[in-house]
Design a protein around this ligand. Sequence first.
Ligand SMILES: Cc1cc2nc3c(=O)[nH]c(=O)nc-3n(C[C@H](O)[C@H](O)[C@H](O)COP(=O)(O)OP(=O)(O)OC[C@H]3O[C@@H](n4cnc5c(N)ncnc54)[C@H](O)[C@@H]3O)c2cc1C
Length: 532
Amino acid sequence: MRLGLRFDLNCFKRVTQVLQLQLGDKKTNNHFSSYHYTGDKKIMKKVIVIGGGVAGLTAGKHLVDSGKFEVKLLEGNSRVGGRVHTQALGDHFIENGAQWVHGEDGNEIFKIANSLKLLDTEKNNIKFSSDSVFVTESGKVLDKPVHDNVTIILGKILDGPEDNEVEGSVGDWAIKRFNEALDSYPLEKSLSASVLDWIHRFEDNIDGSDNWFQSSLRGQHEYEECEGNPTIAWEPPASYSSLLGVILNGTPTEAPNFQPELPDWIELNKEVQNIEVLDEEATGIRITCSDGSQHTCDHAICTFSLGVLKHFHKSLFSPQLSDIKQKTIENLGIGCVNKLHFDFKTKWWPDSIIGFNFLWNDTDPVAQYWRSDIDDETLRKDIDGFPLWCRNILGFYVVASHPTALNSWITGPASKLIETLTDEEVKDIFMKVCRKFLPNYDIPDPVEFCRTSWFSNRFTKGSYSFRQMKSEENNVWSSELASPILGKNGIPVLCFAGEATHDHFYSTVHGAYESGVREATRLIDLENATAN
Ligand SMILES: Cc1cc2nc3c(=O)[nH]c(=O)nc-3n(C[C@H](O)[C@H](O)[C@H](O)COP(=O)(O)OP(=O)(O)OC[C@H]3O[C@@H](n4cnc5c(N)ncnc54)[C@H](O)[C@@H]3O)c2cc1C
């Protein structure tokens, strides 16, 4: 609540500043009347939104609905949705990207989806981590008292630090908290190393970091949880992609394409290569796409992922972004969380199981798979018949939307490495690991397999953003990424939205949504002010 208020006030403050600048300019410069005039005809200002993920679709739709702008959205891919990507698998579907609605109070996505009864709020109260069983390399399931101790310890880490503890990395703090918790909830020594290793992997999946020493505790503390169930699934046939249609035309998107009907202001396969902020002689923006087409506008809203910005910002923007913006892009973090889905002819796991968490033996000293500087050769090194990178596999989990599928998660350098392997290689090794941990089940080969490659995907170059220790050391945060580039006249010409620009809901769909609203509102308010 309190943070929500702060967000609104900041927005208001920014708009006021812009208005002051603009009114000052207005006395001397005629460029900034709210409309161009051709005789009696009022011509609306043009806004181009770049990227058709949740942030871009939301911004575009708000601008169109305001009736004040001529809007175009350029999406590089052949589909909209970005990191919201539902896909058919056999007779059902799976989510390649966003899966859950995280929380209820203050979550705009919950509000929208719940009002249309698209969510499974009744039965899916799964706690992804603690309701799954923990299994060791020898196939032993942890006994209930031990399991309970593990989940209590895990809960203490997931609760996060107190306000006065937020210094250093997530890893340093979590290890300290883990060791303190062991005093009251003891675990046998070798098991405790395996459990700590699993919690490390789990935390990296939540954060999207390579390892938890990379992740800033202060940055993580600034992330705000919405009260309520943190892992709400969509109720089939609704899926995360239903949201795309709801945003664009109020109607949930459906199978089999999971793509909404697109209005004519959205163009697909328009990969933006360069965004040029024109000088004062010709105020505005010129955008060049890879097909050679050029598009000019008065304002643009960029919704590139942080990964795309990291890889391409030098060639994307002319002139180059300011030093502070570049420093922010380079020092905020985005990792590589990949999901793999295995569809079996029939379900071979009991109804009571919602997932298997894999606990590797000898995690110390061999388990260095998470080191950011580890090379591929080391990651491929054989340890007891398995490449080292396997140790980064979190486990196998049931999929709410698919009765015969399991998914698996992997992050960090291992996750990037497997993107370079063939589907067959990856599937075989994951299945071999699964059979090793679950020797008591007769596990058939999957009939279908699919997996994500969020890092090699040139439209994402990563999964979701996090706050690195480097962000903290350089004191660069999302507010810097979110700040618009002003034209010579002080008007915002190039705006930035997307999950990574949100100061407390970063890495989420609701954060992306709010950032789209924020940037559309910035331009609408500006237009209203200049029109009056
Ligand atoms: C594996 C995974 C699991 C996740 N789980 C959850 C979850 O459970 N709950 C949750 O809330 N969030 C989750 N997220 C995060 C969530 O999906 C994102 O935060 C959100 O979808 C980001 O939306 P966005 O609009 O900011 O960015 P994007 O979705 O990345 O949109 C950017 C758009 O820009 C386009 N683009 C990129 N480059 C160009 C170019 N040069 N020219 C034109 N267009 C371009 C892209 O194709 C894309 O459509 C998950 C993400 C991943 C990857």
